[in-house]
Design a protein around this ligand. Sequence first.
Ligand code: GLP
Length: 244
Amino acid sequence: HVHDTADEASRALAREIAVLVRDRAAAGRAAVIGLATGSTPVRLYRELVRMHREEGLSFKNVVTFNLDEYHGIPRAHAESYWRFMHEQLFDHIDIPPAAVHIPDGTVPRAAVFDWCRDYERQIKEAGGIDLQILGIGRTGHIGFNEPGSGADSRTRLVTLDSMTRRDAARDFLGEANVPRHAITMGVGTILDARRIVLLAWGGAKARVIADAAEKPPSETLPASFLQQHPDATFLVDRAAASEL
Ligand code: GLP
């Protein structure tokens, strides 16, 4: 779906989320939403906060699972996804703290395997993800599933691609400060969601969006596996659509 602007696209997705949340609440069920970080979903979170404040949209019946987190930095780190999610969204809405799930970047290496298996179990126990929101990296990664990630990969510790670390260098005030590893849901974990919406804005994402949508699905560009999902949408602005 191509929208004129990122703002307009973000508002459309916020409206879809509000319908999902209210429908599930009316049925006495929780809406289970998979969340992404990065600059791309910031407008969406701003709109959801506005809907909470001005339109009474409640998140009391929402359960969230974040895609990924850097490994080896504390929650309080300026660039942790835990901090990002609280500053952008969770601190401003009425979601119960126990309903928020974010991969824990502080788990010691030796315990990561069990931790990841438990994250998968918690997603299943919540009834699976109703709607997964994604951004996309210039390597074609979704979450932190870099090139080489298979369609059946699950939540795990991964090594970050050098392009991804370069792209994050500004935020971390230098490439040397960017963590080398992350915990991410796998491509298979993402594909299990009942609906997926990938967001992309701006000309810098145009090439990777065209490749992800048009090239045969392959591990060299993990976002291309979304073509095999029965209900996945790429929600883009005109600039990100320019190479389609
Ligand atoms: C990071 C995140 C991804 C995100 C990507 C793009 O690598 N792990 O989930 O999609 O950055 O970031 P941005 O939205 O800032 O372009």
